[in-house]
Design a protein around this ligand. Sequence first.
Ligand code: 13P
Length: 342
Amino acid sequence: MTERLEDIANKMVAEGKGILAADESTGTIKKRFDTISLTSTEESRRDYREMLFRADAMKDYISGVILFDETLRQAARDGTPFSRIIQDAGAVPGIKVDQGAKDMALSPGEKVTEGLTGLRGRLKEYYELGARFAKWRAVITIDGPLPSWNCVKANAHALARYAALCQENGIVPIVEPEVLMDGERAKHDIDRCYEVTEWTLKTVFTELYDANVMLEGMILKPNMIVPGDHSGQKASVEEVAEKTLRCLKSCVPPAVPGIAFLSGGQSDEQATAHLSAMNAMGQLPWKLTYSYGRALQTAALNAWGGKMENEAAGQRAFNHRARMNSLAATGRWSETEEKKAA
Ligand code: 13P
């Protein structure tokens, strides 16, 4: 029997659990491996992902894993498909289906995400391979007068068309409109981030409505409301939590079962502290959890360092980060917990 989209979506935001974003494209994982001077090959990518997917954290703190095409088709060293390892840990395998943010024609400095052509066929194949949710990331750049309405509208429209195709094929869409906080051009303050995120989210939900997307069967993956990396501004944990919640409450209907944040370049501890502060602020209409890439993986990647003999150390680092974020997903993280060694 086909699972209901609502049930899959609810499982993805189960109490105290969140999503591991391990869907780095071949180009992005190379950049990550460069930081530990490791050559990116099919084998090294497999070894790294196997280290993560076999960690204890998977059972206790991870509800779903976003994979890249290669990884969904890949197997562990003993031949077990990664999708099976993920399912056996009680988590849902997911797949990144967008084909990247490309320069937008006649809109200098802006990107639009591509990948709708042939998407229906790819979703059917991914379903057969075990994926039950998907991800599409749109990026919105703040820079002076940017973003343009053209960019916000085109990206929101593509997200809605993607989400409708997913639901038609029994797959829960993660809808990810990321207002960037990192990069040289990110000089904006926190209030400009608020304004652009609010505009983007309102546009996205209008497009989702027009496209007949069932809100109960999707997950939103937004940025938090933070100042740009090069703004010179620092915001307190309370300010980020309060502004992010205010923005989300004004834009995200309560029919959406869950919001799973991206980390977007925040430090590991900031991403955890912000999430915990929001969950500690009282009753919310949706689950609020993590769908972190860098903030769940960086410590593990460094501890592993590309060496088989460090596999257990890499897993310990991942277990610790995942446990901290699980506490944050229920508003119970503290610096004391953080200091308890991994
Ligand atoms: P970060 O948490 O590293 O931003 O990655 C999450 C993600 O999946 C971006 O698409």
